[in-house]
Design a protein around this ligand. Structure first.
Ligand SMILES: Cc1ncc(COP(=O)(O)O)c(C=O)c1O
Length: 376
């Protein structure tokens, strides 16, 4: 078992991360994207060994890029040239710096909500104009919305792709990605693809890395093992340029690699090189937990619609039929359950909450019971 089968009290007693600290101790935290599991043995052994040996200096390029390239080839048949990849402190620092280096200060950045909440913050942090191209009603990329947004954004804009898409787990198809790439070329938009959830694609679903699509050669992907192997406390990322994007990645100053952490590099290298069996076990467990949540909601809160998900442990719940003014607030204040707040991911998302199922069945069960208690 990758995900711990522990009680809420056991988890709370052994964890000090933000998931467990942001709310009062009586609140069940199923909000932030951290899993309740220990890293896999190869990662623990690699970190333990490095600490014992005193291998605690600065990160050097090489092993992580090689391990990722091997993983990407084996898993997705995506050919990555390790020599072209650039180590970064984490995904969002990388995305933010790519925007800063490749767009003018008056340029726009296009997002497709519902999307990862920090995208909005980073567009604001780098001072670019936000333009949105909403996903369609089925949470798929919408060609018309994208074209209208790219026209509005003007030449020299950027688009942050979330592949797969947090919060609902849409896995964009090769055709959808090719459509995006063609539009981006036509309107001179740089696509930066955040692929942090890629390895968490559910069993049986085909994941396509953006740069594996021939039309996407001008894009840049940013990858990390931190979601898939639960290493948010040991962050690092890689930016990988498409065949025609080496200049765009080269626009990042070399100092951006300096924040990459050596222990994180060791951890992620071990994960990519030796963590595939654990990852595959985890992916099966995630689907089981998702089904568990779906079943419990069907029994206790049938008005909630569980939107279809094809990847990750985050489940996007449509609460419209509950008739609550602000579901996330009611679940927190009355139910004492902290969920992802819909409006953080989508300005029109008030009726949605995001549930993190990478926890024990007990915790999922308690959270659903408390949510149901708010209504009944
Ligand atoms: C889509 C997406 N990108 C990036 C991150 C954060 O990555 P990092 O900590 O490497 O910036 C998350 C975390 O949940 C995420 O869901």
């Amino acid at each position: 078992m990758a995900i711990l089968d522990a009680s809420l009290d056991e988890l709370r007693a052994t964890r000090t991360s933000i998931k467990w600290r942001a709310y009062d101790p009586d609140v069940i935290p199923v909000w932030v994207a951290e899993m309740d599991c220990a890293p896999c043995d190869p990662v623990v052994e690699a970190i333990e060994g490095a600490l014992r040996r005193g291998d605690v200096g600065y990160a050097a390029p090489g092993p992580l890029e090689e391990a990722f390239a091997h993983f990407a080839k084996e898993r997705w048949d995506w050919a990555v040239d390790p020599a072209q990849a650039m180590m970064l402190p984490d995904v969002m620092i990388g995305v933010g710096e790519l925007l800063r280096a490749n767009t003018r200060p008056d340029a726009a950045v296009v997002l497709s909500p519902p999307c990862y909440d920090a995208f909005f913050g980073f567009v604001q942090a780098v001072g670019r104009r936000l333009v949105t191209a909403r996903l369609d009603a089925n949470f798929r990329l919408d060609p018309e919305a994208l074209e209208a947004a790219f026209q509005d954004a003007g030449p020299g804009a950027a688009y942050i792709l979330c592949n797969p898409q947090n919060p609902m787990g849409t896995v964009h198809t090769a055709d959808e990605l090719a459509m995006l790439a063609r539009l981006a070329d036509r309107y001179d938009v740089l696509v930066v693809s955040d692929e942090i959830h890629g390895p968490l694609t559910h069993p049986g679903v085909t994941y396509t890395p953006y740069l594996a699509v021939p039309e996407a050669s001008r894009g840049i992907s940013v990858v990390s093992g931190s979601k898939s192997w639960n290493l948010a406390g040991l962050k690092i990322a890689l930016a990988v340029p498409g065949a025609d994007a080496t200049a765009s990645l080269g626009a990042l100053h070399e100092v951006n690699t300096h924040g990459a952490n050596h222990l994180a590099e060791i951890a992620h290298t071990a994960a990519y090189a030796h963590g595939a069996p654990w990852l595959d076990e985890l992916r099966g467990e995630i689907v089981e937990r998702r089904e568990l949540l779906r079943g419990m909601l069907a029994e206790q809160l049938p008005e909630i619609r569980v939107t279809p998900g094809e990847s990750t442990y985050l489940v996007w719940l449509d609460c419209t039929e509950l008739g609550l003014a602000d579901p996330a607030r009611s679940f927190l204040q009355q139910g004492r359950v902290a969920l992802g707040v819909g409006t953080n991911y989508d300005p029109h998302g008030r009726q949605f909450v995001r549930f993190n199922v990478a926890t024990s069945p007990q915790v999922i069960g308690q959270a659903v019971e408390r949510m149901a208690g708010v209504l009944h």
